[in-house]
Unconditional design. Structure first.
Length: 298
């Protein structure tokens, strides 16, 4: 039995969600895929997957084996690409992820200039206001806003971003301007879950942080919808400064309680540590890091 081939088949089946879907992904007969999984289980002497009408479920042993197989095959692929010269070549694909608005406003312009300089590199830029797993979705570089959880990933600080509480001038004229955080209890609020950082309105007084929530008037699930509602005068919103930079500059929104704002959130570029970092990734990091720092400093 070719164990590397068996590992690849198992991963394809697990990632696809079923034996039949895995067979389609591999362009192989279902009987062949099913037999290879069964042979692997027989070789190991343990059940790796449980077949159900809804698809496949990994056993405890299966989860451990799949994780180890993924790591082994990724290391094998890295060694092969190094031997073939791909690690020293400025060609091939890159995958980066960033929050939507930040990515559109700051990352994309820098990435486009990089692609002009490197015509043989292809970039996949995934913009999403959620944390994407670098390992699970094969991401080379990610931009994260907020405090990072402890991990083995390498983080490079490129700037910070302020948290802003704001409302439309019309709303503030009707309801009054809150002068201290406690005043928010008498105001209407717009809540959303469109960003990974903490959704509550946090404020700083001396060295302590505390939370005061306005009365919930509207809840939406995207940042863009929340900003639109705030501009229309529905209530008060807490966002990150880059998300409403245009509205602040035009006067559609007005910042309040700036003296109580918490410390800015860090902006980091993160990537996985490796002794076999491809040249295309190193070159991209060297390109984007100083340019993002310059944009954040401006």
């Amino acid at each position: 039995m070719d164990r590397f081939d068996a590992m690849s088949v198992l991963l394809a089946v697990v990632d696809a969600g079923s034996l039949s879907a895995g067979a389609r992904r591999l362009h192989a007969p279902l009987a062949t895929v099913s037999r290879k999984v069964a042979d692997l289980e027989k070789h190991l002497g343990v059940r790796l997957v449980l077949r159900t009408r809804r698809g496949l479920t990994l056993t405890d042993e299966g989860r451990s084996y799949v994780a180890a197989s993924r790591r082994i095959l990724e290391e094998l692929d890295a060694v092969e690409r190094q031997a073939s010269g791909d690690y020293g070549a400025l060609r091939g694909g890159l995958h980066m992820t960033a929050p939507v608005t930040f990515g559109e406003r700051h990352v994309l312009p820098i990435a486009l200039e990089f692609l002009k300089e490197q015509p043989e590199i292809n970039l996949r830029l995934t913009l999403a206001d959620r944390q994407i797993s670098l390992a699970d979705e094969h991401v080379d570089v990610a931009l994260r806003i907020g405090h990072l959880a402890d991990s083995a990933l390498i983080a490079t600080r490129v700037g910070t971003v302020r948290r802003v509480v704001c409302a439309s001038p019309d709303y503030l004229a009707r309801r009054g301007i809150p002068l201290k955080p406690e005043d928010l209890a008498q105001h209407d609020g717009i809540s959303f879950q469109g960003f990974a950082s903490a959704p509550e309105v946090r404020f700083r007084r001396d060295v302590s942080a505390f939370t005061v929530e306005p009365r919930p008037k509207l809840a939406v699930n995207t940042t863009e919808a929340a900003i639109q509602a705030a501009v229309s005068g529905i209530g008060i919103i807490r966002v990150l400064s880059y998300q409403i930079a245009d509205q602040l500059s035009t006067g559609e929104l007005q910042e309040v309680l700036a003296d109580y704002a918490p410390d800015p959130l860090p902006i980091n570029i993160i990537y996985a540590p490796t002794d076999l970092q491809p040249l295309k990734v190193r070159r991209f990091l060297d390109w984007i890091t100083p340019r993002l720092r310059a944009r954040m400093a401006g």
